[in-house]
Design a protein around this ligand. Sequence first.
Ligand SMILES: [Fe+2]
Length: 313
Amino acid sequence: MSIERIESVTYGVEDVDECARFFSDFGLTLQEQSPERAVLTTQVGQTVVLRPIDDPDLPPSVEPGSPGIREVVWGVDSQASLEALVADLSTDREVAIDADGVAHTLDETGYGVALAVTKPEDMNFDVRRYNSRGRVERWNESHTAIPQIRPIRICHVALNIPKEGRWEAVHFYLDRLNFRATDIVKPMGVFMQIEGDDDQHNFLLCHRPDRAGTNHTSYEVSGFDDVIEGGNHMIEKGWREARRLGRHTVGSNVFRFIHCPAGGRVEYAADMDRVDDTYGPNVHETTPPHHIWVLETNRDARVPNTSEGSALA
Ligand SMILES: [Fe+2]
């Protein structure tokens, strides 16, 4: 009985078209678009769904009036697993099954939680190859710029929850959906891994003093260059960077964050720690440093992208 991946994330937004443009610029593939609904996909076929903030078919917002995540759909390995999970969830909450067989309910905070049988994953995604002494991945081939970064997959979702009731909120996922706590940062939140994945975290509940809300969604790209180039591309398109390029302490991934008009931020991520059942749960009494490093510079002038400019840089 295994949850394999994040299948889909649904946002309630103020302007579907603008948010579709944002996620297209971010590198997702637009599959459908109308003022009522836009759907974009990652390389492995997960979806980001954008719907109007006041769409009555969405779960109620945990942050009324603000755009943000309304539902996360988790991909389950089989119909039998889905039915077993639904049978358990139905013991203490309403679960609605839609025409596509997707089960919808709410978690302890009020976020929409849905379960769907996962779609087969397309493994034909972009891979960056890197060379170092003793580990050569790229022979007779130059590294080239990619005009449009394409996120491989949604690798994790981070939601803010109120501090009060945080353990009940976390235990819903641990006890009912069989997530595993990997790092418990007592003053900040709980990092969790789903059964069918090996990322250090697929889900993070961050507790905040008083309110729930969207923190971020994270998208794995194929290498460090993609994190940097993806962020550069977003800046060129007029979107706003939320944090300087760096590498996280917990999970270790290289990151770049962009403010998202659909709510919270989105993250390009590369080189996340992979962990198995022998890892954790690590209990941190104090919050570890946010990052191992962030990009520092004392040069603000843009370097011209010409051979002359390169020679001067
Ligand atoms: Fe993240």
